[in-house]
Design a protein around this ligand. Structure first.
Ligand SMILES: [Zn+2]
Length: 63
């Protein structure tokens, strides 16, 4: 997951991407339980998702 795109992101967005990926080790989908898990570690996940959408990097948040 570490690539040049991550290097261009604000730290909180990078954290969100990493936490998102790690949460998939426990949840293999985007269920409500998955998002609770993500928000547990990253309460600002919606702000991070908005940043990704605005900057056209949304694809990173969909894996
Ligand atoms: Zn995902």
């Amino acid at each position: 997951m570490l690539n040049w795109r991550l290097a261009l992101m604000p730290q909180y967005v990078r954290d969100y991407v990493m936490i998102h990926e790690l949460a998939h080790l426990t949840h293999f989908n985007h269920s409500p339980a998955f998002w609770r898990h993500v928000e547990c570690f990253h309460p600002e996940r919606r702000t991070a998702q908005n940043w990704l959408r605005e900057h056209g990097a949304g694809i990173l948040a969909l894996g």
